[in-house]
Design a protein. Sequence first.
Length: 138
Amino acid sequence: MCIADGSAAEKFAGSFQDDASIEGVEFEYDEEDEFAGIKNTYPDEMLKELVERTPGYHGWQQEFWLAHCGDFCAFIGYVGWNDIKDRLDEFANLEEDCENFGIRNSDLAKCLQKGGDCQGYLFRCLHCGKLRLWGDFS
């Protein structure tokens, strides 16, 4: 049984990433507010590879998988300010990433701590190599 070939997800009828917590994928609801399906901007096989054949990561609240250049990014690891402060020029748009998870870019130095109450999650674009940042709070 293996995660990479999908047999683990198949055997346990599970997934390793919540498909509603992926950049570019949204749940749709009908006029009675009932679940009506998923609005997926990616090819189905691409989404299946991420959800069923890619190990997830652990977050304080809800994990969120980032994308760039029309594809899902690779999860690099857990980071704090000291891990990224010398790499700021490698980010696609750090200010926008910060806004998306609810922090000002100017507050990263004092708030973002690896293993702390404001945890960073670093991703890399598989195509252009730019970095992306997600974060959440305890």
